[in-house]
Design a protein around this ligand. Structure first.
Ligand code: HEC
Ligand code: HEC
Length: 235
């Protein structure tokens, strides 16, 4: 008994000097958004939850996609990060647009994304440009059945390997540019191949990318279940 009493203060001192499990360290201290710096931290806190990084998968396209990063310009990355995609679920993140990121933090993120570019991982087929006008709806339907139907179904409403890409609620969530982006870069992290790998023997041409984007977009419906006047279905 005496022995135990003697040892207690020594034990208490030893414990106080080390970090018991669960005790937060300085690094765990809450940081205001303005204090977060470094690309890895900024990306984890502001983008990862929606975009993933290829390893973690999220609702929207991973930005660590070498093909995507090879077609999108640095200016575009900057303007979308700062200003979002109006009318869609990509929020404007710059302080001046109601977000929480300073221009310096946005610059760190853009430079970090550019550093993820990896030309060694690009397909050898000619890569369609990031943006282009919508193509021809009827030609898009034919191209879709050739390049996409094996997974998404002939009418796009879902097939054996993937869900619908013509559901009106889905189409309300995404812009035409996003449909084009995925048609080119795919979502390899989910099993949607890129333009060059859907049928490696015949990579998709820029024209078929533009036509498929038009066909997908032609399925948009307004609140009255009609194609909006701007729809390529009305052209
Ligand atoms: C090998 C199968 C396969 C092929 C071929 C394929 N996809 Fe996909 N696609 C998928 C899978 C898997 C997903 C993930 C979602 C799901 O399971 O429905 C997906 C998702 C998508 C999405 C939603 C992405 C998002 O982030 O909202 C779009 C749009 C899409 N595909 C378009 C296409 C188009 C256009 C083609 C043809 C040019 C195509 N896909 C060909 C498997 C495929
Ligand atoms: C709340 C979810 C959310 C967060 C957070 C978010 N994004 Fe997005 N982002 C989206 C969605 C959804 C889209 C697709 C928008 C559309 O339909 O065009 C998108 C689109 C984009 C695009 C354009 C893709 C294209 O088609 O070219 C870029 C670039 C982008 N986000 C960058 C970022 C960066 C960088 C961050 C972090 C600093 C970020 N996003 C944070 C949801 C998010």
């Amino acid at each position: 008994m005496k022995k135990a009493l003697f040892f207690t203060p020594v034990l208490a001192l030893t414990l106080a000097s080390c970090n018991p499990p669960g005790k937060p360290t300085l690094a765990d201290k809450w940081k205001s958004p303005a204090d977060v710096s470094g690309f890895t931290n900024l990306y984890a806190q502001n983008c990862l939850g929606c975009h993933g990084d290829g390893k973690s998968i999220a609702g929207s396209i991973t930005l660590k996609n070498p093909l995507y990063l090879s077609i999108v310009s640095e200016d575009k990355l900057r303007s979308i990060t700062a200003g979002g995609v109006p009318g869609h679920n990509m929020p404007a993140l710059a302080i001046e647009n109601g977000g929480s990121l300073s221009n310096e933090q946005i610059e760190t993120i853009v430079k970090g994304l550019i550093a993820w570019r990896d030309v060694s991982k690009l397909p050898t087929a000619p890569i369609p440009p990031y943006s282009a006008p919508l193509g021809d709806v009827a030609a898009g339907k034919a191209a879709f059945s050739q390049s996409c139907a094996s997974c998404h179904g002939n009418d796009g409403s879902g097939g054996p390997k993937a869900g619908s890409v013509v559901d009106k609620n889905y189409l309300n969530l995404v812009s035409d540019q996003y449909l084009r982006t995925v048609t080119i870069a795919g979502r390899p992290e989910l099993g949607c191949p890129d333009f060059a790998n859907r049928d490696p023997a015949t990579p998709m041409t820029p024209a078929s990318v533009a036509n498929i984007t038009a066909w997908l977009s032609s399925h948009r419906l307004n609140e009255f279940n009609q194609a909006p006047t701007s729809s390529p279905a009305n052209k």
